[in-house]
Design a protein. Sequence first.
Length: 172
Amino acid sequence: MIKEKIEKSLNEQIMKEEYSSRIYMAMASWCEANGYEGAANYLYNHSDEERMHMMKLIHFLNDRGGKVKLMPMDAPAVEYKSLKDIFEQILKHEIYISESINEIYGLCMEEKDYTTGNFMQWYINEQIEEESTMNGVLDKINLAGDQKGGLFHIDKELGGMSAKRPAEELAE
């Protein structure tokens, strides 16, 4: 049976992952409506990926004898200033998620729940990749500045990136 503190923290993380999925879906919709087809596809896929992160937590919690408690949440923003604004917000959000996952891992060590700690290691590694990817995208957007040609190429690259990481890979 999973300890109450761990169960509570995992339920909170489930909510954060679900909210992440909704944020990326809202951002994808904005991109699609504003002509950034590649970024839209990338973010729609990223939304699916965040949902898979949530599902992994749900299955783990159920397997460990815990109870999943889905929580209410606020609607994400639907208006953004630019593609750069979106990816700056994504990076900030991914850093927040990394901090949350690290807190859970720390709690697992305090509670001597090494099984959950081991499970959370996958999320730690995933967050390293997420932050690195978002920093890379922002670096390219900053290089392009406001040049439409540069943003066009970044959008195309994001479209290619969306094909490289299908959500099904995360179910493994």
